[in-house]
Design a protein around this ligand. Structure first.
Ligand code: SAH
Length: 194
């Protein structure tokens, strides 16, 4: 694999990633929102994450900016990136399917929102965020540039840290003991570790 092939692979897999998301977002527009905790802080976090995972890496692939941050390309590193990206895509698809009409891009609850605790949600509370972390690692492996490669880990990291506590509080306020019990039986993003 060459650096150009790695960049192209990143773009193609990213198209797959956005296709999964786009299809789901289109469908979820039909489901009414019952509670909306989206605020300017949430919007800022979403923008930071989108920059790190989308705008900056695509700018790099398109223009090679910032060239000074390039480092030597290693094919083995890129292949590891492909493995992470494929795992991320599969998990991303599974979590969208499992959440179904309960999914939102931000802190929202839908009409007749159901707490999902089975399937991929049985042992982990935030498998979709696990998919984002896997994707961010893939980006770092596939783009041999300190800035564009690591922007995803930083951008999503900021969203994750800024949102996870609020999301769990929102779920606790809504589902009470059901969510408390679910929390006691699950890990956040990595089974047995975190
Ligand atoms: N944090 C989850 C979901 C991300 S989507 C994950 O990483 O897999 C964010 C929205 O999903 C939240 O606004 C909330 O409304 C909803 N949500 C989160 N966990 C849920 C669950 N276990 N069951 C149903 N909806 C959930």
């Amino acid at each position: 694999m060459t650096a150009s092939v790695a960049k192209l692979t990143f773009v193609l897999l990213a198209v797959g990633w956005y296709a999964i998301r786009f299809e789901h977002a289109r469908r979820s527009r039909r489901v009414a929102v019952r509670r909306d905790s989206r605020d300017s802080r949430e919007n800022a976090l979403l923008l930071i994450s989108l920059s790190g995972l989308g705008i900056l890496p695509l700018l790099y692939v398109a223009t090679a900016f910032p060239r000074f941050a390039d480092y030597t390309f290693r094919p083995a590193q890129a292949w590891i990136g492909v493995l992470f990206a494929v795992a991320a895509l599969l998990l991303f698809q599974m979590t969208h399917r499992a959440l179904g009409r309960n999914w939102s891009v931000t802190l929202q609850l839908r009409q007749d929102h159901k707490l999902i605790t089975s399937g991929i949600y049985r042992k982990i509370r935030h498998p979709m965020y696990t998919a984002f972390w896997l994707w961010a690692v893939a980006q770092a492996c596939l783009l041999p540039n300190w800035f564009a490669g690591f922007a995803g880990l930083v951008g999503f990291g900021v969203l994750f840290i800024g949102r996870i506590g609020r999301e769990e509080r929102m779920m606790l306020e809504t589902f009470g003991d059901d969510y408390r019990e679910y929390m006691s039986k699950t890990y956040r993003i990595i089974p047995l570790i975190f």
